[in-house]
Design a protein around this ligand. Structure first.
Ligand code: NAP
Length: 260
């Protein structure tokens, strides 16, 4: 059965995004699939229409190009059937910061930060006005761990987590659900695309398991879902410690240790 709402998924041609597409089609949602590779999007769309009897639109776009990004923003602003945005498109990079070029750094930021923030901004006012809907943002555990030696990628994912936390505070009172999903290493094409050899890495999560776990968090309306985190209390402790800082941060008085 087709529900009355549809889900727009970025980076839907493969990996985590394609798996989300299959899961939401299975739940009876119509879909709008966004990525650059139209051939792959068309093939996925045809399969999902056939297997799940849902309507699937394909919207090819390079989200690092502002003209393409504007088209997706317009679709999110104007298409009232879209009640869920999944900001999934993202890329990683090999090498250390000093090995990366300014253009490479800019490209990761354009896709992982600029596109995600602009698309969220395009849809949020309409969802808030309607008093319902959801934004799922795919972050990463790397955003919590500078120690993983992926400084720019990790910083973009820290941005995604922070933005999600901020949007949750602003939008949840207006009826809009925001979720940040933090996968750890998951078997997809992201590693090959980034030129990162994972043959020596420890075992990673299967993409089906990752998305099914993320959807458990979605159905529970969790703000932060970390599928690989075995002990949920560790995240709660970190967040509680962060919140304990808040009153200390808002002080007019210079801290004793900085007094000349
Ligand atoms: P993936 O298999 O490489 O898929 C990335 C998707 O993004 C593809 O559909 C790709 O399609 C699309 N994409 C890439 N560049 C694009 C662009 N410029 N414009 C539009 N679409 C673009 O990666 P994945 O592992 O599924 O990653 C999905 C998300 O999960 C990312 O945000 C990633 O950072 C995050 N994540 C992944 C892992 C992991 O270990 N796999 C861990 C933590 C977080 P086209 O090539 O057709 O455009």
């Amino acid at each position: 059965m087709t529900t009355s709402t549809s889900v727009l998924i970025t980076g839907a041609s493969t990996g985590i995004g394609a798996t989300y597409a299959e899961r939401f089609a299975r739940r009876g949602h119509d879909l709008v699939l966004v990525a650059r590779d139209k051939v792959r999007l068309d093939a996925l769309a045809a399969r999902l229409r056939l297997e799940h009897a849902v309507a699937v639109d394909v919207l090819p776009a390079d989200l690092t190009k502002s003209s393409d990004l504007l088209l997706v923003e317009a679709r999110l602003r104007d298409d009232e059937r879209i009640a869920t945005l999944i900001n999934n498109a993202g890329m990683a990079q090999s090498g250390s910061f000093i090995e990366q070029t300014p253009d490479q750094v800019e490209r990761v930021i354009a896709l992982n930060i600029t596109a995600l923030a602009r698309l969220s901004n395009a849809v949020a006012p309409r969802l808030a006005g309607a008093g319902k809907g959801a934004i799922i943002n795919i972050s990463s555990v790397v955003g919590l761990a500078p120690e993983f030696n992926m400084s720019v990628y990790g910083a973009t994912k820290a941005f995604v987590l922070f933005l999600s936390q901020g949007l949750h505070l602003e939008l949840s009172p207006k009826g809009v659900y925001v979720q940040a999903v933090l996968p750890a290493g998951t078997y997809t094409e992201i590693w090959d695309r980034a030129g990162i050899d994972i043959s020596a890495y420890a075992e990673m999560m299967k993409v089906d398991d990752l998305v099914d776990a993320a959807l458990v968090g979605f159905d529970r309306r969790e703000l932060v879902t970390i599928p690989p985190l075995q002990t949920a209390a560790r995240w709660d402790a970190l967040d509680t410690a962060r919140q304990a800082l808040l009153s200390d941060l808002q002080q007019a008085k210079v801290a004793e240790r900085y007094r000349p």
